[in-house]
Design a protein around this ligand. Structure first.
Ligand code: ADP
Ligand code: ADP
Length: 230
């Protein structure tokens, strides 16, 4: 079963001399329930692709389906609904609200999604942060802040978590721990996870690696290394 089907997708920014071709007539299928890594150098179009998959940006041409629904034809209102109900986002910069505690940051998300507050605590437990409910972001390490942002994304029980360089601001040990949190969510909850990175090491944890270059998917690698029994 495919979660996403991307066909002949093109995205340009700007016009005339200033025109940038961020995605160049590229196609790829993304299977449901997998841990997917999108790997490629800076400027290869990874963020642009993720933003379109997440309904944060619209294609210039081509088609993107999510669960067989053609989201490339969606209007702003439909995209907002899609983002709110089906998609969780995790960013390099955490994007937590500094004046709210860890738990309040997560509850903010459950409230928007119209879910019960208890769900926020469940999400905090899934990332191993039960002990940090009442801490403010400034009192937490980078790794802990990223766990909160993952809990916030998870709290609304999305079908897919889209993560743009989630370990980019962390040291490599902490980054590996965050990836294992994501992997345990993928295997435990069955949430599809798509992670953008330019790190070969991160790609090793994936079920599928999608390699990008110059705005195109150039290779799709299944099971890049044998899955470790952790
Ligand atoms: P990556 O995530 O692989 O670093 P991006 O998708 O961010 O690549 O960018 C692909 C290309 O599109 C780059 O040349 C980038 O500068 C350009 N680009 C991305 N977003 C914008 C934007 N909002 N306006 C103009 N150019 C953009
Ligand atoms: P990073 O590699 O640190 O994630 P990106 O290159 O992916 O940074 O860009 C981060 C954000 O800035 C993306 O949402 C992208 O759309 C936007 N962006 C990237 N390049 C440009 C650009 N040349 N002009 C405007 N916005 C851009």
């Amino acid at each position: 079963m495919n979660l996403y089907e991307v066909k002949a997708l093109t995205k340009t920014y700007g016009e005339n001399q200033g025109k940038v071709l961020a995605l160049n007539n590229t196609s790829v299928n993304i299977e449901k329930g997998k841990f997917i890594v999108v790997l490629g150098p800076s400027g290869s179009g990874k963020s642009t692709l993720l933003n379109i998959l997440g309904g944060m940006d619209i294609p210039t041409s081509g088609q993107v389906t999510f669960n067989q629904m053609d989201i490339s034809k969606y209007n702003k209102k439909q995209l907002t609904k899609l983002r709110k109900e089906k998609i969780g986002f995790v960013f390099q910069s955490y994007n937590l609200l500094p004046s709210l505690t860890a738990l309040e940051n997560v509850e903010f998300s459950t409230e928007i999604a119209g879910l019960k507050r208890e769900v926020a605590k469940e999400a905090m437990a899934l990332v191993g942060l039960e002990e940090r409910y009442n801490h403010f972001p400034s009192q937490l390490s980078g790794g802990e802040q990223q766990r909160i942002s993952i809990a916030r994304a998870l709290a609304k029980k999305p079908e897919v978590l889209l993560c743009d360089e989630p370990t980019g601001a962390l040291d490599s040990d902490t980054g590996v721990k965050i990836l294992h949190v994501l992997k345990s969510i993928n295997k435990g909850q069955g949430t599809s996870i798509i992670v953008i990175t330019h790190s070969q090491d991160i790609a090793k944890i994936a079920d599928v690696v999608i390699k990008m270059r110059n705005g195109e998917v150039v290779e799709v690698i299944e099971n890049p290394t044998p899955i470790s029994p952790d």
